[in-house]
Design a protein around this ligand. Structure first.
Ligand SMILES: Nc1ncnc2c1ncn2[C@@H]1O[C@H](COP(=O)(O)OP(=O)(O)OP(=O)(O)O)[C@@H](O)[C@H]1O
Ligand SMILES: [Mg+2]
Length: 328
């Protein structure tokens, strides 16, 4: 059973212009997406820069205004509800921000940054609070004396770790992790990802894991949605997306994953060229005349792809022949 549902979410930013600074158009940053979160699962949100990933995360947590659609948390409609200290929604849903620089107050010491959600949502004594802060710093691999410094005294990767410590401070149910490791060294990346997995097991946490890299997402996520221009082109479990991708854009993203294996480098390069040629040839079948992604169509209980009627017929035919073969 899912504890949270996002239904047909739209977030549009007005574009102003002209003499009166009137709204002349809208950026359709998020243009009709739906998601459900179950306890203890990790959901991946993948797509190129500017496709609407961060806007999705921020609107779920209430930092961007939802234009239309709804967000339901444990049966309650929390769409566009102002964030307040007493609501369990605000305690239970936390975010690790992509831009650690602007998400940490430069005038506060690290201990006050991390203590903010603790003071808002948990009633701890001074001693317990101190203990909790030390514990959180140790978890993200920061020395204890870091708590007396200001955020601007840290590197990008260290700031990201402080952001992680803050997000996990209140034992939330869902963490929206927006590119949580992209600014970290490779060695620290693995350490932080493993840590996120460990606390997930321990606390039954769920994640919405945002990344532009299908390679990183593969090892983290149970369910993956591929986003393009504010819409989902495909969504499914790991098997669906990595073993049998159906949308041309997913295939292109998969072919772009870098390989460290020298023996397969040449064949991967050829594959990339073929995928790119197919993309140019078949693009019109996967997007409407305005370049908008079609609605999602269910291929199985878990796998959905955005496609036109013509695509659907092709896929049905393939499915039919496979089933017939099995019968024979
Ligand atoms: N405050 C804003 N006002 C107007 N347009 C915005 C605003 N924030 C984002 N956008 C636009 O919305 C679209 C989606 O932006 P978003 O930050 O969600 O992308 P993203 O997928 O997170 O990209 P990246 O991978 O680079 O972080 C972009 O076209 C962006 O220019
Ligand atoms: Mg972003």
């Amino acid at each position: 059973m899912s504890f949270m549902q996002i239904n047909d979410l739209h977030v549009h930013y007005p574009i102003r212009g002209g003499f009166f600074n009137a709204v002349v158009d809208n950026v359709l940053a998020v243009d009709g997406i739906s998601l459900e979160f179950e306890k203890g699962k990790t959901y991946g949100l993948v797509g190129e820069s500017g496709c609407g990933k961060s806007t999705t995360g921020k609107s779920i947590i209430g930092l961007e205004k939802v234009t239309s659609g709804s967000i339901i948390y444990e049966g309650e409609d929390v769409t566009n509800k102002s964030r307040n200290r007493n609501s369990s929604f605000n305690k239970d849903i936390q975010m690790i921000f992509q831009d650690a620089n602007s998400s940490l107050n430069p005038r506060k010491r690290v201990q006050d940054i991390i203590a903010e959600p603790i003071r808002n949502f948990l009633k701890l004594s001074d001693l317990e609070e101190k203990r909790k802060i030390n514990e959180l710093l140790a978890i993200v691999g920061m020395p204890e004396d870091a708590k007396l410094k200001y955020a601007h005294e840290f590197s990008g990767g260290q700031k990201q770790r402080i952001g992680i410590a803050r997000a996990i401070a209140t034992n939330p149910k869902l963490i929206i992790a927006d590119e949580p490791v992209s600014a970290l060294d490779l060695s620290v990346q693995a350490q932080v990802l493993n840590y996120l997995k460990d606390i997930q097991k321990e606390l039954g946490l769920s994640y919405l894991f945002i990344s532009h890299d299908l390679g990183v997402v593969k090892h983290m996520c149970d369910h993956i949605s591929i986003m393009y221009k504010g819409r989902f082109v495909e969504s499914g479990n790991r098997q669906d997306v990595y073993q049998s991708p159906q949308h041309i854009y997913t295939k292109r993203l998969l072919s772009a994953i870098p390989t460290i294996e020298p023996s397969t480098r040449e064949s991967r390069k050829r594959e990339r060229i073929t995928v790119e040629q197919n993309y140019q040839k078949e693009e019109y079948q996967y997007f409407d005349e305005d370049g908008r992604v079609f609605d999602l169509y269910s291929l199985s209980d878990t796998h959905k792809v955005a496609m036109t009627t013509t695509n659907k017929e092709v896929i049905h035919k393939v499915a039919m022949t496979t089933t017939n073969k099995e019968v024979i």
